[in-house]
Design a protein around this ligand. Structure first.
Ligand code: G6Q
Length: 547
C-alpha cells in the first residue's frame, strides 16, 4: 500500500465514504435548509454551487485534512513563486505569471519573468493594433480579414475554445480559423474559402518541431506562394508563435515576426501566452487583456483565500473524492449554449494530459485512481442524446453544468428555456424519482394496472448523481478567464493530492515516435516481419488500396 493510501487522512476518508454510500442527496437537502448557501460561493464573478455533490461538512473537513497532509497549499505556493515543480522536466509552472496583472515579481532561477512577459504583451499589442488599424497590410496592400492559426494540442485547443466563446465580441471584419489535423481535408477545405491577399497565418508551435503543424504550415505557404509568387511576401502573411527561434528562422519566417514564450509555459496552459495571439487578433488586445484579468482574479483567490473558502481547492478535493473514493471514472462537462461548446474538448486535454498519470512524484506506481476521463458536450443538445446514461445508467457520473445567465443574442424566451433546462437536469439528477411517485403519476394518467406494473420500474430514477453548477452573468472575457483558471487550479489540486506531476506529458511521446517509424511503411510496399501481425495486416490493407 502506498504512503498516500496508508495515511490517516486517506483512511479517515475511506471510512467516511462507507458512511456516505447510503446517504441520498435528497435527504441531505431535506435535513439541512442552509445546504445551498453552505456549499456555494461567488468568486471572480462565477457563482459556483457544489451543494449537489455527495458531501457534508464532515466530508470537506476530512478532505481538507488530506490536503494538509499532502502539502497542497505548500505546493501551490511553490508554483506561484516559480519553483520547478514540474520535476520530470525540471521546469517551473508559471501560466499564472502570464496573467499576473499585478506585476508582482516572480522569479525563475533568480530572474524576474515579468519584464519578458510584458515585453511580449507589448509586441502583441503593437502587432494586433497595426493589423486592426490597417497599418499591417497584405502583399496587394489590402487589409487582413482572415487569421488562420496552424497549431495542434495546446497550440490549438485553448485559442480555438476562447475564440468561439467570445465570438460575439469579435472585431468587425475579422474572421479566425483553426487548422490542427494532419488529415489533408482540414487545411484543403479551409484554404478553398480564403483569399491569400487578405489572409494571415499564425504558425503556433512551442517546439516548432511538431509534424502536423509544420506540414500544414508548408502546405499553407505553397498555397500562398501560388498566388503571391514572391518569397518576399511571406513576411506579410506568416507570423510564428514559438520558443524555438532557430526552427522558426529555418522555416522561413522572419524572427522579427515571431512572438516568444518560455519553457515554463506548458502547452495546455499556454493560451495566456502569445499562443493567444489569434484571440487578440479576433477580439482585440484589450479583450485579450480582459481575459487575463479574469484569470488573475481567480489566481489571486486561489493564492490567498483561506482553505475553507478556497474554491479551486474545494472543487479539486471534490474531484478526488468522486474519483478516488467513489470510483467515478469520468467527469461530464456540460456547458449550456453553443458558445462554450469547445470547453469539454479543451478541459479534456487540460485535465487528462495533466492528471492521466500512474507513477507518483517519487517514481512509484500508484495504487489509487487518478485523473478521470473528461468528456461532454453542449446542452441542451446532450439531453436528447447521452444524458439517458447519466440518469439511469449504472455508473456514478459527476457532471459540471455551466452557463452564462444573459446572452449577447436575446431571442424571445430561448435563454430562459436554456437555463430552465440546465436547472431541471441538475435537479433531476439529484432528486431522481422513486417507484411510488412513478406509480402515482401513471395512475393519475389513467394507465392500466398491468401496464403500470410492467413499465413503472423502467421509469424510476435513483437520483443521487452529483453535479456542480457554475453560473456567471454574461460571456465576457473576464468570466471566461476566471472559469478556465478555476479548472486549471482544480486540476492542480487533484494532482497535488495524488502526488503526481501534472505538468509533464510523456504519454504523448510513444505514439509520435512510432508514427515516425511507420511513415516509411505506409503505402510503399507489402510489409513482412517488421511490425506486429495486426499492424502489418493493416499496413498491407492500406497498400492494396493506395493509389
Ligand atoms: C500540451 C502538450 C501538447 C502540445 C502539442 C503541440 O501540453 O504538450 O498538446 O501542445 O503537442 O506542441 P507544439 O506547440 O510544440 O507544436
Amino acid at each position: 500500500m502506498s504512503r498516500l493510501i496508508h495515511s490517516p487522512a486517506w483512511q479517515a476518508l475511506i471510512s467516511h465514504r462507507d458512511d456516505m454510500k447510503s446517504v441520498h442527496l435528497a435527504d441531505l437537502f431535506a435535513q439541512n435548509p442552509a445546504r445551498a448557501q453552505q456549499f456555494s460561493s461567488t468568486i471572480a464573478g462565477l457563482t459556483v454551487d457544489y451543494s449537489k455533490q455527495r458531501i457534508t461538512k464532515d466530508t470537506l473537513t476530512a478532505l481538507q485534512n488530506l490536503a494538509r497532509a499532502q502539502g497542497v497549499l505548500a505546493r501551490r505556493d511553490a508554483m506561484f513563486s516559480g519553483e520547478k515543480i514540474n520535476t520530470t522536466e525540471d521546469r517551473a509552472v508559471l501560466h499564472i505569471a502570464l496573467r499576473n496583472r499585478s506585476n508582482r515579481p516572480i522569479g525563475v532561477d533568480g530572474v524576474d519573468v515579468m519584464p519578458e512577459i510584458n515585453a511580449v504583451l507589448g509586441q502583441m499589442r503593437r502587432f494586433t493594433d497595426a493589423v486592426h488599424e490597417g497599418r499591417w497590410l497584405g502583399y496587394t496592400c489590402e487589409r487582413i480579414t482572415d487569421v488562420v492559426n496552424i497549431g495542434i494540442g495546446g497550440s490549438d485547443l485553448g485559442p480555438r475554445m476562447i475564440c468561439d466563446a467570445l465570438a460575439s465580441q469579435a472585431l468587425p471584419s475579422m474572421n479566425v480559423h483553426f487548422v490542427a489535423n494532419i488529415a489533408p481535408s482540414d487545411i484543403a477545405n479551409l484554404l478553398k474559402t480564403l483569399d491569400p491577399a487578405r489572409t494571415l497565418f499564425v504558425v503556433a508551435s512551442k517546439t516548432f518541431t511538431t509534424q502536423e503543424t509544420l506540414t500544414n504550415a508548408h502546405a499553407a505557404r505553397r498555397w500562398f506562394l501560388d498566388a503571391a509568387g514572391d518569397d518576399a511576401f511571406v513576411a506579410k502573411h506568416f507570423v510564428a508563435v514559438s520558443t524555438n527561434h532557430k526552427a522558426v528562422a529555418a522555416f522561413g519566417i522572419d524572427t522579427d515576426n515571431m512572438f516568444g514564450f518560455w519553457d515554463w509555459v506548458g502547452g495546455r496552459y499556454s493560451l495566456w501566452s502569445a499562443i493567444g495571439l489569434p484571440i487578440a487578433l479576433y477580439i482585440g488586445m484589450n479583450g485579450f487583456e480582459r481575459l487575463l484579468e479574469g484569470a488573475h482574479g481567480m489566481d489571486e483567490h486561489f493564492r490567498t483565500a483561506n482553505p475553507e473558502d478556497n474554491l479551486p481547492l474545494i472543487l479539486g478535493l471534490i474531484d478526488v473524492w468522486n474519483a478516488s473514493f467513489f470510483g467515478a471514472s469520468t467527469l461530464a462537462v456540460l456547458p449550456y449554449g453553443t458558445r462554450l461548446g469547445r470547453l469539454p474538448a479543451y478541459l479534456q486535454q487540460a485535465s487528462m494530459e495533466s492528471n492521466g498519470k500512474s507513477v507518483d512524484l517519487d517514481g512509484h506506481r500508484v495504487d489509487y485512481t487518478t485523473g478521470a476521463v473528461v468528456w461532454g458536450g453542449a446542452g441542451t443538445n446532450g439531453q436528447h442524446a447521452f444524458y439517458q446514461l447519466l440518469h439511469q445508467g449504472t455508473q456514478l457520473i459527476p457532471a459540471d453544468f455551466i452557463a452564462a445567465i444573459r446572452t449577447h443574442t436575446p431571442l424571445g424566451d430561448q435563454q430562459a428555456m436554456l437555463l430552465s433546462n440546465l436547472l431541471a437536469q441538475t435537479r433531476a439528477l439529484m432528486l431522481g424519482r422513486g417507484l411510488d411517485a412513478v406509480v402515482a403519476e401513471m395512475q393519475a394518467a389513467g394507465l392500466d394496472e398491468a401496464v403500470i406494473a410492467r413499465v413503472a420500474p423502467h421509469r424510476v430514477f435513483l437520483g443521487n448523481q452529483p453535479s456542480t453548477t457554475i453560473l456567471f452573468p454574461q460571456m465576457t472575457p473576464e468570466a471566461v478567464g476566471a472559469l478556465v483558471a478555476l479548472y486549471e487550479h482544480r486540476i492542480f489540486v487533484a494532482g497535488a493530492i495524488w502526488h503526481i506531476d501534472s505538468y509533464d506529458q510523456w504519454g504523448v511521446e510513444l505514439g509520435k515516435q512510432m508514427a515516425g517509424e511507420l511513415l516509411p511503411a505506409v503505402g510503399h510496399a507489402p510489409v513482412v516481419g517488421a511490425f506486429d501481425a495486426s499492424t502489418e495486416a493493416l499496413l498491407n490493407t492500406i497498400y492494396q488500396h493506395w493509389v
